[in-house]
Design a protein around this ligand. Structure first.
Ligand SMILES: NC(=O)C1=CN([C@@H]2O[C@H](COP(=O)(O)OP(=O)(O)OC[C@H]3O[C@@H](n4cnc5c(N)ncnc54)[C@H](O)[C@@H]3O)[C@@H](O)[C@H]2O)[C@@H](O)CC1
Ligand SMILES: [K+]
Length: 491
C-alpha cells in the first residue's frame, strides 16, 4: 500500500532514491514531468488549449519548466512565467530552463499582463512541498489574482501555499485538479483544503512501495490496486456458512429503515446469513422490506458466539437498555462493529467503552466522533485524537467523510481514495456498517474488513452516482455493491 511520506522527508527520500537507482535528480524530475504530461494528454478537456505555467524558484518550479518543454513538443501554445532570476533558481530548474525550445514564451512575473483567455489552462508550479512560510509579496499577489480566473487550473504536486502536512495559513492556489507525485501529501486529504485541491490524481514516478516504506510515517493511502490481495477466495464447494452468519442490532420505532439498509448491504456484500434484532413492533417491516433477512429473538442472543460477526447501532435510538448493551459488549468475544446510536450511547456512557472487545470497529461521522472524544478545531487535531483513541482502547476508528480515515490500535492510519460527495445522503453510514460487518463475518481480519468495507462502499457510491448524481440515495449504493466486485475483478 502507498505510504504517505511527510513533506520534510521528501528531499531525503529523493536523494536516497537517486543514489539507490544511480540516476540524477534531473532524471527524477523528468519522470515527474512526463507523468504529469501523460495525465494531461489523457484529459480531453485540455486538448489544444493554450497553457500558462507559473514557476517558482525551487524544484516545483523546475517541474513546471520541464512540463513547459514537453507540452510545447505536443505543439501546444505554452507560456512560462517565472518569479526569480534564473541563476537564483534550483539547479534542476536551471538545467530545464536551458533545454526550453524557442516556441515557449517566457515572461518575468513583473512584466506579465495576466491576459489569460478563459479557455486557457493555468498550471501552478510556484511552490511544492518546500513551502516553509505563508505566501507574501509577488507570490501572494500572483496567486490571489490567478484565483479570480475562471479557466481550468491545475496544481503540480500540491496547490502552492498549502504546507505538505499542516494547515493553510493565508492564501493558496485554488486548483480544479492536483496532480501529486508518487503519493498524496497528507494535507491534500484535509477537508479544510478541499476547495484548493480540486480532484486529486496520484502520478507515478517509479518509486516502489517498499522503497517509500523506508520513510514511512505509518500513514497509508488505499487505492484500487490494493484491493485484490486483501480479499478471500471462495470456491464451488463454499457454502453459506463460509460466507458468514452475521447479526445486526438496531432499528427502534420509526428508524427501522436503517436496519433494512444495513442488513441488505451485508447480504449484497456477500454474507451467507443475516439476522436482524430490532424493536418488536418493527419486525414485520424488516421482514417485508428485506425477506432474505432473518429476525432474531432475544433468546437467540443468549448464545452470541454462534454469530461470526455483530454490528450494532443502525437506527437503534438512545432509549436502549444499557445493561443489555453492556452484556452484548461483554459477552461477545470477537470484534464488533459499532455505529450511529451505538456510538452516541458510548459518548453519553463512557464507562461502557472499556467493555468493547479488542479490535472492534467504531465508525463515527465527524459529529459522532466529537461527541465521543470532545470538540476539535481542525483536521490535524481530529486525526491525532482519532489515533490516540484507537491506540488507547485497542480499537479501529473509522472517521467517515471524504478520504475516510481508519485509525488502528497500532497507531497506523489508512486513508480511503474511493467515494464522492454524492454519498453524503441519509443511510449511507448504515450501508457501511452492514458492509464491514459482512466482511468480518466472512472471516476477514478487522483491518482487512474495515479497509475492504470502506473501499467497496466508496466505489459503490461512485458507481451509483454515475447516473444518479445528486439524486443518489443509500439504496442505490447497495444496488451497486455487486458491481464493485466486477469492477475489481473479484469473483
Ligand atoms: N521526490 C521528490 O522529491 C521530487 C520532487 N519534485 C518536486 O520538487 C518539489 C519540492 O521542491 P523544493 O524542495 O525545491 O521546494 P519548492 O519548489 O516547494 O520551493 C522551495 C523554495 O521556495 C522557498 N520558499 C518556501 N516558502 C516560500 C515562501 N512562502 N515564499 C517565498 N519563498 C519560499 C524555499 O526557500 C526554497 O527556495 C516537489 O513539490 C515536487 O514538485 C519533483 O521534481 C519530482 C521528485
Ligand atoms: K504547486
Amino acid at each position: 500500500m502507498l505510504s504517505i511520506i511527510p513533506g520534510n522527508k521528501v528531499s531525503e527520500l529523493d536523494s536516497s532514491y537517486i543514489l539507490d537507482q544511480g540516476i540524477t535528480s534531473w532524471d527524477l524530475m523528468e519522470r515527474a514531468a512526463i507523468s504529469f504530461c501523460s495525465w494531461f494528454k489523457g484529459r480531453k478537456n485540455f486538448e489544444d488549449k493554450p497553457v500558462f505555467i507559473f514557476s517558482g524558484p525551487g524544484n516545483n518550479g523546475g517541474d513546471g519548466v520541464a512540463i513547459a518543454r514537453i507540452l510545447a513538443a505536443f505543439h501546444l501554445e505554452v507560456n512560462l512565467i517565472v518569479f526569480d532570476a534564473i541563476d537564483h533558481c534550483s539547479k534542476d530548474f536551471q538545467i530545464n530552463y536551458k533545454k526550453l525550445p524557442s516556441t515557449v514564451k517566457v515572461f518575468k512575473i513583473e512584466d506579465f499582463d495576466f491576459r489569460i483567455d478563459v479557455h486557457a489552462v493555468i498550471i501552478d508550479g510556484i511552490f511544492g512541498v518546500g513551502i516553509n512560510r505563508p505566501l507574501e509579496g509577488k507570490f501572494k499577489e500572483a496567486i490571489d489574482r490567478l484565483n479570480t480566473f475562471d479557466c481550468q487550473k491545475i496544481a503540480i504536486d500540491i496547490p502552492s501555499g498549502i504546507p505538505a502536512d499542516g494547515l493553510l495559513q493565508g492564501s493558496a492556489f485554488r486548483a480544479d485538479y492536483t496532480v501529486t507525485f508518487q503519493f498524496p501529501k497528507l494535507s491534500l486529504l484535509f477537508p479544510e483544503h478541499g476547495e484548493y485541491t480540486g480532484e486529486i490524481f496520484v502520478a507515478d514516478i517509479g518509486i516502489q512501495d517498499n522503497f517509500l516504506e523506508k520513510f514511512a510515517s505509518g500513514k497509508y493511502f488505499i487505492q484500487q490496486r490494493d484491493m485484490r490481495p486483501l480479499h478471500k477466495t471462495f470456491h464451488k464447494f463454499s457454502h453459506k456458512g463460509d460466507f458468514g452468519k452475521v447479526l445486526l442490532i438496531g432499528g427502534s420505532k420509526g428508524k427501522v429503515g436503517a436496519m433494512v439498509l444495513a442488513s441488505t448491504a451485508a447480504l449484497r456484500t456477500g454474507s451467507g446469513l443475516v439476522h436482524g434484532f430490532i424493536d418488536e413492533s418493527e419486525r414485520i417491516i424488516l421482514q417485508t422490506a428485506a425477506p432474505e433477512v432473518m429476525v432474531a429473538f432475544k433468546e437467540e442472543l443468549e448464545n452470541l458466539a454462534k454469530f461470526d460477526a455483530i454490528g450494532i447501532g443502525p437506527g437503534w435510538g438512545l432509549n436502549v437498555d444499557l445493561k443489555f448493551y453492556e452484556s452484548l459488549l461483554k459477552n461477545y468475544k470477537k470484534p464488533i462493529v459499532i455505529d450511529a446510536d451505538g456510538i452516541n450511547l458510548l459518548a453519553s456512557h463512557p464507562d461502557l467503552i472499556q467493555n468493547i472487545p479488542q479490535g472492534s470497529i467504531l465508525t463515527p461521522h465527524i459529529k459522532e466522533f466529537e461527541r465521543l472524544t470532545g470538540n476539535v478545531s481542525n483536521h490535524v487535531e481530529r486525526l491525532q485524537k482519532a489515533k490516540d483513541f484507537a491506540v488507547e482502547y485497542g480499537l479501529f476508528l473509522v472517521l467517515k467523510g471524504a478520504y475516510t480515515s481508519i485509525s488502528c490500535p497500532d497507531g497506523k492510519q489508512f486513508f480511503n481514495s474511493s467515494g464522492n460527495q454524492y454519498m453524503a445522503t441519509a443511510g449511507s453510514g448504515d450501508v457501511l456498517t452492514g458492509m464491514i460487518t459482512s466482511f468480518l463475518g466472512q472471516g476477514y481480519t478487522p483491518l482487512n474488513a474495515t479497509i475492504c468495507g470502506v473501499f467497496h462502499h466508496g466505489l459503490a457510491g461512485e458507481l451509483a452516482s454515475f447516473e444518479n448524481k445528486r439524486g443518489t440515495i443509500a439504496s442505490d449504493i447497495i444496488k451497486c455493491i455487486p458491481k464493485t466486485y466486477l469492477e475489481l475483478g473479484i469473483d
